[in-house]
Design a protein around this ligand. Structure first.
Ligand SMILES: Cc1cc2nc3c(=O)[nH]c(=O)nc-3n(C[C@H](O)[C@H](O)[C@H](O)COP(=O)(O)OP(=O)(O)OC[C@H]3O[C@@H](n4cnc5c(N)ncnc54)[C@H](O)[C@@H]3O)c2cc1C
Length: 487
């Protein structure tokens, strides 16, 4: 890295990497815990209205319907209009998307989408293929320096400007670093729940950093649960059984073999995720839920190699038997409040990807919109940061604000169970209030407790049902935000 002051990007998933690449030629120091990320696990693909009979407006409409019209319409527009060029950009970086015999992009269909528009690579290995290409580009471009095995656990301030980070290495050594800006791209919060599709490291640490400097948060109560994680009792991080299987005709069944989604929603198995997750959650309490993908037959292994291998490694042959599934914490719609360019309420601090909330997902994310979010808004942010001067922002003395200690393993397990019961697909006031008290106690012991308190407070403040936030004991009927903004 040159001696010039870098932009510091915390997180090496799709959002952090794209931001870093797009900031060229400004030097970037990218800090990450490990090369693992949720981005690498993404199976379904990237939503993009690239078919001749599709449009960015139709994609925006589906995004808003899934989000219960709680979305920011202008931001949704940026996302869906930017999708085709995002796919083209990835192709220029070497991503080979799956095509049919005529050379057209193969488009899969997923829940909530009015038509087939999910672009994928390597069958169900889209996240890995995209991440490999981005990493290769970051290495080629020369302006990005990556440090792995570091934990960013504090921010540096000068006046009210964020101007650096503090980090701890695996050997326990600590360092404080200056940057011309700090970008938080630390991903989601699934790791704070007892069952998740996320890696355990997706634990809301970026939210904790932002909370230490009192950055504004938005929509923290909206947590999406994936309806079809592989049910492996006792396991925390569960492999995902991709929704694209339902797009290919697989059906959810209850313990009696009765279709779960019949008469629940007009789109049945392809209903929005919150609707399906609640049904699977309820079935889980009444004997279990299964995904019957036997109809895909002998083509299964070729079309869904990742799911096939994962099922077989757990003794389940999906060509011969239904797959046991459960709802698992999957995606956080809320996060650090940002504008379209990733600016937070704190000068010098930016956020992008799942940890950020610019309003694009509303109250529930449409499937396969989040890799797209990382690309579209990562590129916008990177380009904005290019023009930052080579100086430490702010004036006055420097001070470090640390996140504080982490919970012990036993306490973290307790917190995960607590959040799963209180902040799951179906919520109850009494349970949430009790959890709030327990979390206040946990917050004194570790930073994860503080994040959990913020989530619970946000959920208690939203008194009506909206999108992924669902009260079993709702005080008022569900109400969406104005439909007029999307008219
Ligand atoms: C199993 C699975 C399948 C999915 N499938 C799809 C799909 O098909 N399509 C789609 O659009 N979306 C999908 N998603 C969602 C999507 O993958 C994520 O929302 C997206 O990848 C998040 O990207 P990100 O860059 O914000 O965070 P991540 O990819 O999670 O990266 C976070 C980074 O932050 C680092 N980090 C975290 N905390 C710290 C810290 N304190 N210090 C240093 N580094 C830190 C981590 O090491 C990591 O590098 C899926 C998610 C999962 C879990």
């Amino acid at each position: 890295m040159s001696a010039r002051l870098p932009i510091i990007v915390v997180g090496g998933g799709i959002a952090g990497l794209v931001t870093a690449i797009a900031a060229a030629p400004t030097p970037v120091l990218l800090l990450q815990r490990s090369p693992q990320s949720a981005s690498r696990l993404a199976q379904g693909g990237i939503a993009a209205a690239v078919a001749a009979n599709d449009s960015a407006q139709a994609h925006a409409h589906d995004t808003a319907v899934a989000g219960s019209f709680h979305n920011d319409a202008a931001i949704v527009d940026l996302l869906t209009r930017g999708a085709a060029s995002a796919i083209h950009w990835l192709e220029t970086l070497g991503v080979v998307f799956d095509r049919d015999a005529d050379g057209n992009l193969q488009l899969a269909r997923e829940g909530g989408h009015g038509q087939s528009r999910i672009v994928h690579a390597g069958g169900d290995a889209t996240g890995a293929r995209v991440m490999d290409a981005l990493l290769a580009e970051a290495r080629r471009s020369g302006h990005v320096t990556r440090w792995s095995s570091v934990e960013v656990d504090g921010l540096m301030l000068r006046g009210d400007h964020v101007c650096g980070v503090c980090l701890t290495r695996e050997d326990g050594s600590r360092e404080a670093l200056h940057g011309r800006a700090v970008v938080i791209a630390t991903g989601g919060i699934g790791g704070l729940f007892a069952q998740t599709s996320n890696p355990a490291e997706a634990d809301g640490s970026g939210l904790a950093l932002a909370l230490t400097v009192a950055a504004t948060m938005r929509d923290l109560e909206f947590v999406q649960f994936h309806p079809t994680a592989l049910a492996l009792p006792g396991r925390h991080s569960l492999p995902l059984v991709t929704e694209a299987l339902r797009g290919a005709g697989a059906r959810l069944l209850d313990s009696h073999g009765v279709p779960l989604m019949a008469r629940v929603h007009p789109m049945e198995d392809l209903a929005p995720r919150d609707v399906v997750a609640r049904r699977v959650w309820q079935a889980g309490r009444q004997g279990g839920a299964w995904l019957d993908a036997r109809g895909i037959g002998s083509d299964f292994q070729r079309r869904f190699p990742t799911v096939f291998e994962m099922c077989m490694s757990h003794g389940i042959d999906p060509r011969q038997q239904p797959i046991p599934v459960t709802a698992a914490a999957h995606f956080h719609m809320g996060g650090i409040a940002v504008d379209a360019d990733g600016c937070t309420s704190m000068p010098g601090l930016y956020a992008v990807g799942e940890v950020a909330c610019n309003g694009v997902h509303g109250a529930n994310r449409l499937a396969s919109n989040s890799l797209l979010e990382g690309i579209v808004f990562g590129r916008r942010l990177g380009m904005r940061l290019r023009s930052l001067p080579d100086i430490i922002p702010g004036s006055g003395n420097f001070r470090l604000v640390r996140r504080g200690p982490a919970l012990t393993t036993a306490r973290l397990t307790q917190l995960r169970e607590l959040l799963m019961a209180a902040m799951g697909p179906v919520r109850r006031r009494a349970v949430l209030r009790e959890a709030s008290q327990e979390c206040l106690a946990l917050a004194k012991e570790g930073w994860q407790g503080g994040v959990a308190c913020a989530l619970i407070e946000a959920a208690l403040r939203r008194t009506h049902n909206l999108g992924a936030h669902h009260w079993e004991d709702a005080e008022m009927p569900g109400q969406g935000a104005s439909l007029r903004q999307f008219a």
